[in-house]
Design a protein around this ligand. Structure first.
Ligand SMILES: CC(C)(CO)[C@@H](O)C(=O)[O-]
Length: 361
C-alpha cells in the first residue's frame, strides 16, 4: 500500500501507516467545492474511512459559517443534525499538498475555481470528479494528465440546506457510484481510491468505459433533473405520474441514439436505464428534489446546458437533431428567464382576484 502512489515519473511516494480507522492507508484528499456533494464525499472519507481530508471553497458565506461554528452541520434525511469539525479555507489560504483532489463544483463555475486553485496543483497529484453533466473533463485536463484523471458518477442524493449545513439523503450506505480512469486503465492509485470510497460507504464500481460510464448518468439526469425541476416536484412525485415511464423512454431513446452515433456504448441498456430512472425515483430517493431544482429554486442558473444541452450538441455533431432535448433545454431556460423576470418585478405576479375576474368574463 505504501508505494501505491509511487512508481511512474511524476508520481509521489506515500508512507505506509495505519490511519485512525485502522486501515493501512495514508492517502491525503482535498475537496475543491464544499457544497452538497463535496461535503458528502469529504465528511464520509474523513469519518468512515478515517482519512485526512481538507476542504477548499470560494463561497464566502460557507467559509464564514464553517469558521464561526467550527465545522459543518451534517444531517441524514433531515434528522440527527450534528457538527462535524472540518478544515476549510480558500484556494489562496491553502498550503497543503494532497495526493488526490476531489472536485465538486457547478459546471459553469468550474473554470474560474480551477484557475484560483492552479498554484496548488503539482505533478503526481490525481484528480477525481463525479460532477453532474458533461463539460468538466476538458477543464480538468487543462491541469491534470490523462493518467492522473479519474472521473465518475454518483447516484447519491445530497442537499445543501445553506452555508455550512448539509443533508445526506438516504440511509447510510444507500446509493452507489461509478469510477473510471480517463485512460480506461485502472492503476494502483485508482484501486486505492476504490478502497477508500468503499470504506466511506460510497459503494464505488470501477469500470473501463469512460464515455459510456459518464453518459449513463448524464442521460439519467436528463430525465429526472430537468422534469422534476420544471414541474417543481420530487423524484417520487414524478414517478407517480402514469406517463412518467413513457416520458423517460422518449428522452432516453433520443439520448441513446445520439450516443450511438458518437460511438458511445453506455454501460446500461435503454431498458435498464428506464428501469433505473423509475427505481431510483420511486424507491431510492422518492423525497429528493434533484440538484437542478435546488439551483433553480435558489435563483441560480441550472446545469441544463451540460445535461440535455450536451446530449443535443452530441446529436447535432452527427446531424442528428435531438428535438426533445433541444426543446427541454429551451423550456428550462424559459423557466429560468421567467423566474428572473418575476424576481425583478417586471412580470406581473398572478393576482387571484384578477384571474377570477378573467375567468368570469
Ligand atoms: C438525481 C440524483 C439524486 C441522482 O443521484 C442527483 O444526480 C441529483 O440530485 O442531481
Amino acid at each position: 500500500m505504501g508505494d501505491r502512489l509511487a512508481g511512474s515519473p511524476g508520481q509521489r511516494s506515500v508512507e505506509s501507516a495505519q490511519n485512525p480507522a485502522g486501515r493501512a492507508n495514508t492517502v491525503k484528499y482535498a475537496v475543491i467545492g464544499a457544497g452538497a456533494m463535496g461535503y458528502r464525499y469529504g465528511v464520509l472519507l474523513q469519518e468512515k474511512a478515517g482519512l485526512s481530508v481538507d476542504f477548499i471553497d470560494t463561497w464566502t458565506p460557507n467559509l464564514d459559517a464553517v469558521h464561526a461554528q467550527h465545522g459543518v452541520y451534517v444531517s441524514r434525511d433531515h434528522e440527527n443534525r450534528h457538527l462535524v469539525p472540518i478544515r476549510l479555507c480558500t484556494p489562496e489560504e491553502y498550503t497543503g499538498d494532497p495526493d488526490v483532489w476531489i472536485v465538486f463544483v457547478k459546471q459553469m463555475q468550474l473554470a474560474g475555481v480551477l484557475k484560483r486553485c492552479a498554484h496548488l496543483f503539482r505533478p503526481g497529484q490525481y484528480v477525481f470528479s463525479a460532477m453532474n453533466g458533461m463539460g468538466h473533463v476538458e477543464k480538468l485536463q487543462e491541469y491534470f494528465a490523462d493518467d492522473h484523471l479519474v472521473a465518475g458518477t454518483a447516484m447519491i442524493a445530497t442537499v445543501l440546506n445553506g452555508p455550512g449545513d448539509v443533508d445526506f439523503i438516504g440511509a447510510s450506505g444507500a446509493g452507489h457510484m461509478h469510477m473510471v480512469n480517463r485512460t480506461e486503465k485502472p492503476d494502483a492509485t485508482t484501486r486505492a481510491m476504490v478502497e477508500d470510497f468503499t470504506a466511506a460507504n460510497l459503494n464505488p464500481v470501477l469500470t473501463e468505459n469512460f464515455m459510456g460510464t459518464l453518459m449513463a448518468k448524464v442521460v439519467f439526469n436528463s430525465v429526472v433533473n430537468t422534469l422534476c425541476t420544471m414541474f417543481g416536484v420530487t423524484m417520487g412525485e414524478f414517478a407517480t405520474y402514469p406517463g412518467a415511464q413513457d416520458m423517460s423512454r422518449m428522452l432516453l431513446d433520443e439520448a441513446y441514439d445520439a450516443c450511438e452515433r458518437d460511438g458511445i456504448q453506455l454501460i446500461e441498456t435503454r431498458q435498464e436505464c428506464v428501469e433505473s430512472v423509475d427505481f431510483v425515483s420511486r424507491v431510492g430517493n422518492p423525497l429528493h428534489y434533484p440538484s437542478m431544482y435546488q439551483d433553480f429554486s435558489h435563483g441560480r442558473p441550472t446545469e441544463v446546458d451540460y445535461i440535455n444541452g450536451y446530449i443535443a450538441r452530441l446529436g447535432r455533431k452527427h446531424d442528428y437533431i435531438c428535438r426533445l432535448h433541444e426543446f427541454v433545454t429551451h423550456q428550462m431556460h424559459l423557466a429560468e428567464a421567467m423566474r428572473d423576470l418575476k424576481a425583478a418585478g417586471t412580470v406581473e405576479q398572478e393576482d387571484p382576484a384578477r384571474m377570477g375576474a378573467q375567468q368570469a368574463a
